[in-house]
Design a binder for this molecule. Structure first.
Ligand SMILES: C[C@H](N)C(=O)N[C@H](CCC(=O)O)C(=O)O
Ligand code: MG
Length: 370
């Protein structure tokens, strides 16, 4: 047990995007990135979180306040590198984004101290190369078809399409995109809660009739409409992925029990970090279910942690960790390499940061302690 010598600092920076990211829920042209740096005996650990109020309810202020007043006192007093998440076990009902940021930094610090990558800390990487998708923001059918064709030309075989404005335009989007990409390209369609169950069933029947190359439909109905998710799952037109409906292992367990999704989208920002994500993976293993690991439009450190988990856990079948591909400028910062659809997870300690690039994007240090 190492006591009371962790120092912490919090940055708030803005990461510019190549183009606005548009979904049925929100539109952003920069990523708001809160970064937590922990230092102990010459070692460092980093975590990050984005204030996605529309999805997690967490603002920059609530995340920062929770780290300063609720989480730092816990891990500053009680950090054990052999059990990095242990200090947060009794954190209670805190901001999930803050917990995620702190837990990522604690695992990164522990990995640095032990010379182990996070994937190896979790029992060894089974896969070092992951196949990522890329998201095509909601736009006109022509714009989306052009973006889809560009992505396919770069080598992406899995495209995640944002839909949910109105059924006619969505259909035109799918039609234009299907025509613009090679037959080998598969589509994931994310409605971000835009439909109700009846509407969703009618829409999906049309998509089926048109033979669009769809692998699954993500979060067709509002997060709390578990009955609607179950109806769409039972209809079995396309596999249904739960995203905003699954914030915790308890949510995942309910969805599995009520047969309200085929696929479970784990996001560290939604579930509060690595420990809860592993609990969802364990449940999926018990239920023989498959998961996707996804991300918010968020900074790179949490994405690195998610890549390490994806490399180490079998139930994670689909990878949607494309946020870094959408930033303007990233090169040379991580041991986890993003090259078009390929993510290669290296052996560097912790989550795999080579250079935290704290000065690279506009931002400021907003707090330090210890
Ligand atoms: C970035 C990722 N591919 C994605 O699409 N995530 C969204 C939410 C992102 C956000 O609004 O910050 C999702 O799956 O709904
Ligand atoms: Mg989604």
């Amino acid at each position: 047990m190492v006591r009371a010598s962790i120092t912490a600092a919090l940055w708030h920076r803005k990461i510019p995007l190549k183009k606005p990211f548009v979904t049925a829920l929100r539109c952003v042209d920069t990523v708001d990135d809160l970064v937590l740096k922990l230092s102990l005996g010459g070692y460092t650990g980093y975590g990050s979180a984005a204030p996605t109020v529309r999805i997690t309810g967490d603002s920059a202020e609530t995340i920062a306040d929770s780290v300063k007043h609720e989480l730092f006192p816990l891990f500053a007093a009680d950090f054990d590198p052999r059990d990095p998440g242990g200090a947060l076990r009794d954190a209670g009902d805190v901001s999930k984004s803050a917990r995620y940021m702190a837990e990522t930094a604690l695992f990164d610090l522990a990995g640095s101290m032990q010379g182990l990558s996070l994937a190896d800390m979790l029992g060894g990487a089974r896969r070092r190369v992951l196949t990522n998708d890329i998201t095509i923001s909601m736009g006109t059918p022509q714009e989306m078809a052009r973006d889809a064709a560009d992505a396919a030309a770069q080598g992406f075989r899995n495209l995640k399409l944002k839909v949910g404005s109105d059924p006619e335009t969505d259909y035109a989007r799918l039609e234009a995109i299907s025509r613009s990409v090679p037959d080998s390209v598969r589509l994931r369609v994310d409605a971000n809660q835009a439909w109700d169950a009846e509407e969703g069933i009618a829409i999906l029947k049309e998509y089926k009739k048109a033979d669009f190359p769809i692998d699954f439909i993500e979060q067709p109905v509002p997060a709390e409409d578990i009955g609607g998710m179950a109806r769409l799952t039972e209809a079995n037109i396309f596999p249904i992925a739960a995203d905003e409906s699954v914030f915790s292992a308890a949510d995942a367990e309910r969805l599995m029990r009520e047969k309200a999704a085929h696929i479970f989208n784990i996001k560290l920002a939604k579930c509060g970090g690595i420990t809860e994500a592993l609990a969802i993976c364990a449940l999926a293993e018990d239920h023989n279910a498959r998961c996707m690991i996804g991300c918010m439009m968020e900074g790179p450190f949490g994405i690195l942690a998610a890549c390490q988990i994806a490399a180490a856990r079998d139930p994670i079948h689909w990878i949607d960790l494309d946020s870094p591909l959408l930033y303007r400028g990233l090169e040379g910062v991580f041991s986890v390499a993003f090259y078009n659809e390929r993510i290669t997870v290296g052996n560097s300690p912790g989550i795999g940061i080579i250079d935290p690039a704290l000065e690279r994007w506009e931002g400021e240090k907003i707090w330090e302690a210890g």
